[in-house]
Design a protein around this ligand. Structure first.
Ligand SMILES: Nc1ncnc2c1ncn2[C@@H]1O[C@H](COP(=O)(O)OP(=O)(O)OP(=O)(O)O)[C@@H](O)[C@H]1O
Ligand SMILES: [Mg+2]
Length: 324
């Protein structure tokens, strides 16, 4: 069902994304490692899971893994073998988890390994293991995804000091759907639920309000068809639930950063603003303004074109409005 809230796992459940799927296949088949990137709710996990499923791959969600050990344990569990059969290292009291991870990669080297939420696994050390796997076992096929803020950025834009310098994965960008595709997505979803009456103006309004973010469109459809809410209620609930999720994520993102500067910037650019307006609002020097804006852009929260900044995702806008 198109309006199912769980990530999709099979090709026939996946709406559109044929091109991206084929491109992913082409890149993986040509021996490259690939990072699937995109904003929140653009369907990264669905593409990854479907790809792994359809290609005898292994999908691992690293949420909560936190360390190489966590990654090793999850990977072994998902690929269905016992760790002590794979690695002699486990007999030692001081287990070297990086070595165990290499053994695990070597063992499953002919299958695609899809690692989602990679930002959960600690950074430099993990990159070093990846380098070593890349150098020793060229047959290992890895597809990464997750939030761009964390390790994905270090994977895709490695500095000269990074172990992955010169070995960066190919990047596959998932864009939000166009207006036409978003409408078609909703129409197809409602067609699967003929008992729910929907008017074309409602579909138009939902797409106006939620843009081409397939995740938010799915929420709206689900609220209407499963929870049987009215159009207005479903829209309100989608914005409500969605902005709660984003608000939490924004707050996490701001931890350890100069929160008040970021919040001010987010408020200023929410409906679009030029660099000079942001500088004026922040009352800070150009270097600080530059860092704040660049950080927000590279986290895919804020868009930029020719010195003009804005927030595209209506749910992020709402979350910013609710920030205290
Ligand atoms: N191509 C698609 N066809 C149908 N439904 C989809 C598609 N892509 C995503 N969805 C639906 O949208 C929702 C969000 O999808 P998914 O979790 O794959 O996105 P994501 O980009 O990984 O999100 P997040 O940013 O939270 O990690 C889910 O309910 C999923 O079922
Ligand atoms: Mg995801």
């Amino acid at each position: 069902m198109l309006f199912d809230l769980k990530p999709k796992e099979h090709r026939e459940e996946l709406f559109d994304r044929e091109e991206e799927y084929e491109e992913l296949k082409r890149l993986v088949d040509s021996g490259l490692w690939v990072a699937v990137v995109g904003k929140r709710m653009t369907g990264k996990t669905s593409l990854l899971k479907t790809f792994a499923n359809e290609n005898n791959g292994i999908y691992v969600n690293l949420l909560g893994a936190r360390s190489i050990e966590g990654l090793v344990r999850k990977l072994a569990a998902e690929s269905g073998f016992k760790l002590d059969e794979v690695s002699l290292d486990l007999r030692f009291i001081q287990v070297k988890w990086s070595r165990v991870l290499e053994d695990v990669f070597a063992r499953i080297k002919n299958r695609v390994i899809a690692l989602d939420e990679v930002q959960e696994v600690s950074s430099h050390y993990f990159l070093k293991v990846l380098k070593s796997v890349w150098d020793k076992y060229r047959g290992v096929k890895i597809v990464f995804s997750g939030s761009y803020v964390g390790i994905l950025r270090r994977l895709l834009e490695p500095s000269p000091a990074s172990p992955l310098y010169g070995r960066k994965p190919a990047k596959l960008l998932l864009k939000p759907f166009s207006r036409e595709l978003s409408k078609k997505f909703l129409e197809n979803g409602f067609r699967e639920n003929p008992r729910v009456r929907v008017r074309s103006e409602e579909i138009e309004e939902a797409v106006d309000r939620l843009n081409g973010y397939v995740g938010w469109l799915t929420y709206y459809g689900n609220f209407r068809c499963v929870r049987r809410l009215s159009h207005e209620e479903a829209l309100r609930e989608t914005v409500n639930e969605g902005s709660k999720i984003i608000l939490e994520e924004l707050e996490n993102f701001l931890k350890g950063r100069r929160r008040e500067l970021y919040v001010k910037t987010l408020r200023t650019v929410s409906n679009g603003a030029r660099w000079s307006e942001v500088k004026k609002t922040l009352n800070a020097n150009s270097k600080v303004v530059k860092i704040v804006l660049e950080t927000l852009c590279s986290a895919m929260i804020v868009e930029e074109k020719e010195g003009y900044y804005w927030i595209e995702d209506p749910i992020i806008k709402e979350a910013v409005r609710r920030m205290k």
